[in-house]
Design a protein. Structure first.
Length: 758
């Protein structure tokens, strides 16, 4: 393979000072003052703090073109690193159009692509051949499974995907097996994960393969073992540029630092206020300490925003100013006017979805394109209510960054179980879950079952029943299938005895499916559990299991691929880099946003990342942004009294417009809770008492008891509904205190103001 340095003319000595530009510098026209400053700051380390909507991509691509046009480097002497292939392609196209010529031989691509390119030239130095294979995620899992067996690790407690995820996180931190501390691996895979990691790495080398984490990890090893190779690349790459620097992990950070130590002409573009990916290894500290890593670095702040209205920018800036771990900047715009950020309190999540759905429909009726509207949620389970509402209204929508709620893997699995309960002859559903979670039913056993079903033209479940009385399948598999058949028989017997939502909980629990995800250490496992619980909540809106399954079938058929104009539903994490005319931000409540898990796991750092996520959400909006929160929210079947997120309290009063639904806050105007009284809305008067979700008790006498006029003329034996405990009948009345025998929760004492007649 040709050495990349053969592409260079060794006699060529590029000047260290700019030469006359090859063409007129018209490509600089249209840049504002700070953008031009960032483009023309060629020599030495430069940090470009690019706020949302400030023209970051334009600065980065124009800077590349400027270096070429000034004759400061040849294309192959530029290293430009991005996070996605799409961004790399866009960068190449834009630079080509600016210099009005094809740009050949340069190094523009993702971290992994550039790392792989370097390793191909120097594979032997790290124990590989140049034609090494790059394993995908499935290949990694299959290989790790082999060593799970070798080390006798319980694959139910420590699934292969969990171990792969742990190894990848170590690689993202630049940790080879010898650098992982014993404490880090002590509680993983029964204390044997470090041995497994070593064996895994040795096996990769034996089969001439590398995984994605190795593409940078092995580069670091190469540069450390052979400093002359590192020196050659330092000399070649006269200018290093990196996009989205706030999202780099430790390995990427070390790789960049090593390559930039030659000329120190490194330009990092990013926004510390948009660092929201710590859960996948991103270190916001990388951008915060740039000036320490590169003394004398020039910092250019891009603060002029070309996207949003003044009120939206001021609201976002006021919110993010509460973070201490930031370099600091304030977005501004030359635009005038625009609506304030609307902040709306609603009674519950269902009303929130109804109001937002109605507003989307009204805007669309006025000519607002649906694809310029977005609903951005903090947690995936929130999407279901919005999907249901938009379907009811007949408004087309798309889920960006993932499947629609009922198309998610875990929901499809759960529904497959329920389909087999309701219809034993549903072969497609039975095939999906017969070995999920793993039950040791292999392909050979399934082939026997399929063979009998085809020959006798019966369903798979009937074929299983017949085979249980034969020796056609091995005893262990026969015992497993017998247990599964018995489970389904028992669950069918419960259909007429318990509510179908409760039946679903029983099926998911007794089948081991919920436990499978609870045991999983995969990053997506908590979200999958949340979605399963939300599905059970959704079932309560239907009279029967059959009605729910029919509804799901109709929902799945609702997608009209021919319609291009659709409302966008996505998580806040998935919205980064996008922009819309109108943005709806529901669920701004303590425990949901900021998410309790982030607070518990990350402390102050977790809170600040949640606040950055809120900042990202607000700055997606061009002209309209609406924040909403509910006084009550049904989470996983239980009603919880909710309190507004502290982020609501941190929004600048001058840039928001409070709207209360159903008079929730009418009695509190002037009290500092959504009012304009002493201290305004921006204080923290009620913040301390809402840090933790709690159930409503008899001692509760706060604003929630005044939301509506309470019915006082209840009678014993009357059927009522309580938002937390469900349906029940009154057994005893003592003034405003009622003793109620609830259908699910048993006997409880509650205040009369918290129940409604049915």
């Amino acid at each position: 393979m040709q050495d990349p340095f053969d592409l260079m003319d060794p006699s060529e000595d590029l000047p260290s000072t700019p030469t006359a530009p090859v063409r007129p510098a018209g490509y600089l026209d249209g840049l504002n003052e700070t953008q031009r400053e960032a483009v023309e700051a060629i020599d030495g380390p430069v940090l470009v703090l690019a706020g949302a909507g400030t023209g970051k991509t334009r600065v980065l691509t124009t800077r590349l073109a400027h270096i070429l046009m000034q004759g400061r480097a040849q294309p192959w002497q530029l290293l430009a690193v991005t996070f996605t292939n799409k961004a790399a392609r866009e960068m190449k196209e834009r630079v080509g159009s600016l210099v009005r010529a094809p740009v050949e031989g340069w190094w523009v691509g993702t971290f992994h692509a550039i790392g792989a390119r370097i390793l191909r030239y120097h594979a032997e130095a790290v124990g590989l051949n140049p034609n090494f294979t790059i394993l995908d995620a499935d290949d990694q899992v299959r290989l790790v499974k082999q060593y799970i067996d070798v080390h006798e690790i319980d694959d139910k407690r420590f699934p292969a995907r969990t171990i792969v995820g742990t190894i990848q996180r170590w690689k993202d931190r630049g940790l080879t097996p010898d650098k992982v501390t014993l404490n880090e691996g002590a509680d993983l895979a029964e204390g044997r994960i470090l041995n497994l990691y070593r064996d895994y790495q040795e096996r990769l080398q034996q089969v001439n393969a590398a995984d994605f984490g190795d593409l940078l990890l092995l580069c670091l090893e190469l540069f450390q073992k052979q400093p002359e190779v590192l020196q050659k690349y330092q000399q070649q790459f006269r200018f290093v540029m990196v996009d989205e620097y706030q999202d780099t992990n430790v390995a990427q950070y070390l790789w960049l630092r090593m390559l930039a130590q030659g000329h120190k002409n490194i330009c990092c573009v990013g926004d510390d206020d948009q660092s929201i990916y710590s859960w996948r290894g991103a270190e916001v500290g990388n951008i915060l300490r740039f000036e320490e890593d590169f003394p004398g670095a020039k910092v250019v702040r891009l603060e002029r925003n070309y996207r949003s209205t003044p009120h939206i920018l001021a609201a976002a800036s006021g919110l993010i100013a509460h973070n201490e771990g930031r370099l600091g900047k304030t977005l501004w715009t030359e635009e005038n006017g625009g609506d304030r950020v609307r902040v709306r309190g609603v009674w519950d999540g269902e009303e929130e979805a109804r109001i937002i759905g109605d507003e989307i429909e009204a805007l669309h009726g006025k000519g607002h394109a649906l694809n310029q509207m977005a609903v951005l949620v903090r947690a995936g389970f929130q999407m279901r209510e919005f999907e249901e509402r938009l379907i009811t209204l007949g408004v087309p929508y798309r889920v960006i960054g993932g499947p629609r709620f009922y198309e998610r893997q875990e929901i499809r699995d759960a529904i497959a179980y329920l389909r087999v309960v309701a219809q034993p002859d549903d072969d497609l559903a039975f095939e999906r879950i017969v070995n999920l979670p793993k039950r040791g039913i292999g392909d050979a056993t399934l082939q026997v079952v399929h063979g009998l079903a085809r020959s006798e033209r019966i369903s798979l479940t009937r074929a299983v029943a017949k085979l249980l009385d034969t020796d056609e399948i091995r005893p262990a598999a026969r015992k497993t299938l017998a247990d599964l058949s018995e489970d389904f028989s028992r669950w069918r017997g419960l259909m007429a005895m318990v509510p179908h939502a409760e039946l679903a909980e029983t099926v998911l629990d007794e089948s081991g499916y919920m436990m499978m995800w609870k045991a999983s250490k995969a990053p997506e496992a908590p979200g999958r559990l949340d979605n399963l619980k939300e599905m059970v909540v959704a079932m309560e809106d239907f009279d029967t299991l059959a009605a729910f399954l029919e509804h799901v079938s109709l929902v799945m058929e609702n997608e009209d691929s021919m319609v291009q104009d659709k409302v966008n539903l996505m998580t806040l994490h998935g919205a980064k880099g996008l922009e819309f005319e109108s943005v709806f931000l529901p669920g701004w409540e303590e425990g949901l946003f900021p998410h309790q898990r982030a607070l518990d796991d990350g402390g102050t750092g977790g809170l600040e990342e949640e606040r950055r996520l809120a900042y990202v959400g607000l700055t997606r909006a061009r002209h309209r942004a609406q924040v909403s929160f509910a006084a009550n929210r049904r989470i996983y079947g239980n009603w919880q009294s909710a309190t507004p997120s502290r982020f609501v309290d941190e929004l600048p009063q001058d840039n928001i417009e409070m709207e209360s639904a159903q008079g929730i806050y009418d009695r509190h105007i002037g009290s500092g809770f959504g009012g304009q009284g002493e201290g305004g809305f921006g204080g923290s008067r009620w913040q301390p008492r809402r840090r933790k979700q709690r159930a409503v008790t008899l001692e509760d006498t706060d604003w929630r008891t005044e939301v509506r006029e309470a019915k006082t003329d209840f009678s014993e034996g009357e059927r009522v509904f309580h938002m937390k405990f469900g349906y029940g009948r009154i057994t005893t009345i003592d003034g405003e205190k009622l003793e109620i025998d609830f259908e699910k929760a048993g006997t409880k004492k509650v205040m009369s103001s918290f129940v409604e007649p049915t």
